[in-house]
Design a protein around this ligand. Structure first.
Ligand code: NAD
Length: 363
């Protein structure tokens, strides 16, 4: 029976360790009395023709309706004729920004103890537009559907490519760049952040990254209270490993975001600790752990639920349930700092259940 005071959210426990770490979130939300009612959806065993993937249309509708969800790792079954699960979610829900908060966990020693930054990655275009091909000396695209083309293909001229050369198109649009820049500045403003850095290589990629920067500048003008700077990607990498405390919010095109966000995860201790949240059109937020389904430890009660838990904290912040978010995050960090119950990946011997119970005790 549903209670109207509860916020409905979609939960995809996912595969492998997914159900174990999702159970940990469920348990902790119950103890913390978070007013959320989960709508659970599992990845199907058959392809749904409406989505052309193992995710059903109903699952996607659930996220569209609730506008908020939490996702465990999903392993796409191997085989032809269907789309990967993560790609389906990204395309169908138009998840245009990937947001990763990245901060040092007190008590868990890494090389840095003062990381506190957010990476915001454009997630729909750039180098990942999927437009890669060989270079043809013959402009066959001009005469598509022509009899000659069929003949050329037959005798092999079609494949007369420039040997040893391939092409990949990087697409940058004003619309997608403004959208992600707007999200970054809005995030900075609503999360008490001071500065947004646009990461680019516009000195070389003058047109594409140039347009991206132009859009960031336009949006920056609407937020005079937020400092804005532009940092070239290579210099950004050097600064990040020398002194990550130099950064606050970083916004960037797809490929740079992919690389920099993993680099930042490494600064704080790895993918097992890093949460993320995907923002989609119409205010959808789908939070997810960054790691995969860890088949090597699945079903053994050994997984570290921290990344999914911190993702659920991101989700609570998105819902403006800030006190609940703060309480849960505190309990997680205290448990890790205490060091008594840590999972194997953090050098401890605790099971998922023991670690989760310890967090509940702190709550
Ligand atoms: P993985 O992240 O699943 O595992 C890499 C290593 O990290 C393993 O040794 C694993 O045991 C460990 N690990 C990961 N998460 C952990 C956790 N929470 N606690 C403790 N240890 C943890 O990466 P992989 O092995 O390359 O991928 C396995 C499957 O996951 C593949 O099918 C892949 O497609 C899928 N995957 C899904 C997502 C996603 O849904 N977003 C992301 C990455 C990989």
């Amino acid at each position: 029976e549903s209670n109207s005071n509860l916020i409905r959210a979609t939960l995809f426990p996912g595969d492998g360790i997914g159900p174990e770490i999702a159970e940990s979130v469920r348990q902790i939300f119950k103890v913390a009395e978070v007013p959320i009612e989960w709508e659970e959806h599992y990845v199907g065993t058959e392809i749904d023709p409406r989505t052309n993937s193992f995710l059903t249309w109903e699952s996607l509708e659930s996220v569209r309706r609730n506008k908020v969800g939490l996702k465990g790792p999903m392993a796409t079954p191997i085989g032809k004729g269907h789309r990967s699960l993560n790609l389906t979610l990204r395309k169908e829900l138009n998840l245009y920004a990937n947001v990763r908060p990245c901060y040092s966990l007190p008590g868990y020693k890494t090389r840095y103890d003062d990381v506190n930054l957010i990476t915001i990655r454009e997630n729909t275009e750039g180098e990942y537009s999927g437009l890669e091909h060989q270079v043809s000396i013959f402009p066959y695209y001009l005469i598509e559907n022509c009899l000659f083309l069929e003949i050329f293909k037959f005798i092999g001229i079609y494949y007369q490519v420039v040997r040893g050369v391939v092409e990949s198109l990087k697409i940058i649009t004003r619309q997608a760049s403004l959208r992600v820049a707007e999200y970054a500045f809005h995030y900075a403003k609503t999360h008490g952040r001071e500065r947004v850095s646009a990461i680019h290589k516009a000195n070389i990629m003058q047109k594409t990254d140039g347009l991206f920067l132009k859009c960031c500048r336009e949006v920056a003008e609407k937020y005079p209270e937020i400092k804005y700077e532009e940092v070239v990607i290579d210099n950004c990498c050097m600064m990040l490993v020398k002194n990550p405390a130099l950064f606050d919010v970083l916004v960037m095109p797809n490929l740079y975001g992919d690389i920099i966000s993993d680099l930042c995860a490494g600064l704080i201790g790895g993918l097992g600790l890093t949460p993320s949240c995907n923002i989609g059109e119409g205010g959808i937020a789908l939070a997810e752990a960054v790691h995969g389904s860890a088949p090597d430890i699945a079903g053994k009660n050994l997984a570290n639920p921290t990344a999914l838990l911190l993702s659920s904290v991101s989700m609570l912040r998105h819902l403006e349930l800030h006190d609940k978010a703060e309480r849960i995050q505190d309990a997680i960090l205290k448990t890790i700092a205490e060091g008594k119950y840590r999972t194997g990946d953090l050098g401890g011997t605790a099971t998922t259940t023991e670690f989760t119970n310890a967090i509940c005790d702190h709550l």
